[in-house]
Design a protein around this ligand. Structure first.
Ligand SMILES: *Cc1c(COP(=O)(O)O)cnc(C)c1O
Length: 412
């Protein structure tokens, strides 16, 4: 390949050392100033929860779903914020996720939303985690273990209503009720279901049918002498667009973090007779510029030489890559913010680094703060923008943010 040399780009006026150090970071505390970090806005989180309190009847409880490292926000950070904000329930996927936050729950009940394996039964009982039971043979072993320990323990039963993920069929309900009445140490805390088709449509007929199936199942439990103290069904989208799903508790994942479950959910709230929550993103992600260099017209950038300068340019190297959760699909199409302006990602995203075009942003200095997700001046890079560039959903973008990234709670 012929890497032509041309005149180097005319450098924008460099800032003096004072001007550079005066480009103030968003907040004061920096544990890892040369790499990257996530900031979590505690006020935004509180406001999101409050917003849902205003949408629901006063008796409706809230579960903070903190599975998957709190959708990448940081399970420990979000759990402590949720407990401080007075959340009623926490939701994790598995036993290990409980162990990660167990010292922070402040005695608030924690429901495990994923499947229970028999190998984990003893620890689940010892830690007081409320499992979701949906297999009768596991439930039988669970009850035997509770009896052996002489330990009472709460459980949740998930009902199959049409999603065909976890859940028991209605034919099984009598057998489950017998198991419960024969094992008084096993206490039914809740029965619930999860909707299949609520985010991707404005037609709620499938969800309505699932809700009906849940209510029918709940009645059968009651008739057979096992009234569940809590019946619940709503994830974020259902909580927003279908008030009849609120029942005893809403399970808030994505919307608690200030992100809309989908475009359809957001658009539904714009209809004249609807009212939606005011959502504010909790997470922002920042880094600092690691190197600045000039590029001559004709020179290439990055692996595969996918980018070639058509003019003299100035580029900056950032110490962030797909290992950190900056999706490789953003190669050549993402944006970051530098000095309040959008800087395009050029070339391929590497494992730990990426390159951006700062040709048209004057005065950029080494170690300047860069916004990967969040706002700077009048510009914002939203998780939704990155998700749409990656042809995926916001859930995937945040939940894949690396655990190694420092997370700072910003409380005003
Ligand atoms: C993940 C999950 C939720 C949260 O869904 P969001 O769309 O993020 O609000 C609720 N319920 C169950 C069972 C889940 O697995």
């Amino acid at each position: 390949m012929d890497h032509q040399k041309a005149n180097p780009a005319e450098s924008p006026a460099p800032r003096t050392a004072e001007e550079c150090s005066a480009s103030a970071p968003v907040s004061g505390f920096r544990p890892d100033p040369h790499q990257h970090w996530i900031e979590l806005d505690e006020n935004a989180y509180r406001q999101n929860l409050t917003s849902f309190r205003q949408l629901t009847a006063p008796r409706v409880k809230q579960m903070a779903v903190v599975k998957s490292n709190a959708y990448g926000h940081g399970a420990r950070e979000m759990t402590s914020m949720a407990v401080k904000a007075g959340i009623d329930y926490l939701g994790v996927h598995c036993l290990n996720e409980l162990k990660e936050i167990n010292d922070l729950t402040g005695g608030i009940p924690v429901a495990m939303l994923g499947p229970l394996y028999t190998g984990n039964i003893n620890e689940v009982i010892d830690l007081g985690l409320e499992p979701t039971l949906s297999d009768l043979s596991v439930a039988t072993e669970f009850a035997a273990a509770a009896a052996r320990k002489n330990q009472s323990i709460g459980i949740n039963i998930k009902i199959e209503t049409g999603t065909h993920r976890l859940g028991i069929s209605s034919e099984e309900i009598p057998a489950w009720c017998s198991l419960l009445s024969e094992n008084p140490l096993v206490q039914l805390r809740g029965i619930y279901t999860h909707f299949a088709n609520i985010e991707d449509t404005t037609d709620h007929s499938f969800a309505r049918n699932q809700l009906e199936n849940l209510n029918t199942a709940a009645m059968l439990f009651t008739e057979l002498g096992q009234q569940a103290p809590l019946i619940h069904s709503a994830c974020s989208a259902a909580a927003i667009v279908m008030p009849e799903t609120h029942l005893g508790l809403i399970r808030l994942g994505i919307a608690g973090y200030g992100l809309w479950p989908s475009r359809e959910t957001y658009l539904s709230t714009l209809l004249p007779e609807e009212k939606g929550p005011a959502l504010k993103p909790v997470l922002a992600w920042y880094t600092r510029i690691g190197q600045i260099k000039n590029l001559a017209a004709g020179e290439f950038v990055g692996y595969g030489c996918t980018f070639r300068a058509t003019r003299p340019m100035r580029l900056a190297v950032l110490p962030v890559g797909y290992y950190d959760g900056y999706d490789r699909r953003l190669s050549g199409c993402g944006y970051v913010l530098v000095r309040g302006k959008r800087a395009p990602v050029i070339g391929r995203i590497c494992m730990n680094m990426m390159m951006i075009d700062i040709t048209d942003i004057p005065g950029v200095c080494l170690a300047d703060q860069v916004t990967l997700v969040g706002s700077d001046g009048n510009e914002t890079i939203s998780v939704d923008l990155l998700a749409s560039l990656c042809k995926t959903i916001n859930y995937e973008i945040t939940s894949r943010l690396g655990r190694h990234i420092p997370r700072l709670i910003i409380s005003a």
